[in-house]
Design a protein around this ligand. Structure first.
Ligand code: DAT
Ligand code: MG
Length: 138
């Protein structure tokens, strides 16, 4: 058993579409624990740090703008290998190709939404999780 913590974000599209409960349900059904949770109106400064690895990419500016379009639910989640496990629950980045049964595969409405509107974020490594949890929970 390798207990980890990860940062999950329900992005502004997920909050606006009232999918927060469904996403929390899937996290809990998998057996993960909610350690901390807050509703945050993210500002550019926080998002620039959160997405620093993507600075300069073509989707960076639209992503940062979209993430400021409404509140985000930030969740500290703990569990056995939860970093990889939550990314598996989320599905691949692009909802068009995300597998059915995943959050992005089931709810990523595929009628011309942008890739950044993919409902959730999950940290991708132990190092990212520590860095991102410090940003969103201090
Ligand atoms: P993930 O969120 O699956 O870890 P990522 O870290 O590569 O994906 O990218 C961060 C976010 O940026 C992603 O959730 C949506 C957006 N994004 C990534 N690749 C994109 C692309 N090719 N076009 C538009 N948005 C993209
Ligand atoms: Mg990522």
């Amino acid at each position: 058993t390798v207990i980890e913590e990860t940062l999950v974000l329900v992005k502004p599209d997920g909050v606006a579409r009232n999918l927060t409960g469904e996403i929390l349900r899937r996290i809990e059904a998998k057996g993960y624990s909610l350690v901390d949770l807050r509703l945050v109106q993210a500002d550019r400064e926080l998002l620039a740090k959160h997405y620093e690895e993507h600075e300069g990419k073509p989707f960076y500016e639209p992503l940062i703008e979209f993430m400021q379009s409404g509140p985000t639910v930030a969740i500290r989640v703990a569990g056995n290998r939860v970093i990889e496990g939550f990314r598996s629950l989320a599905g691949t980045t692009d909802p068009t190709t995300a597998a059915p049964g995943t959050i992005r595969g089931d709810f990523g409405r595929d009628w011309g939404l942008k890739v950044q509107q993919n409902l959730v974020h999950g940290s991708d490594s132990v190092e990212s999780a520590e860095r991102e949890l410090a940003l969103w929970f201090g």
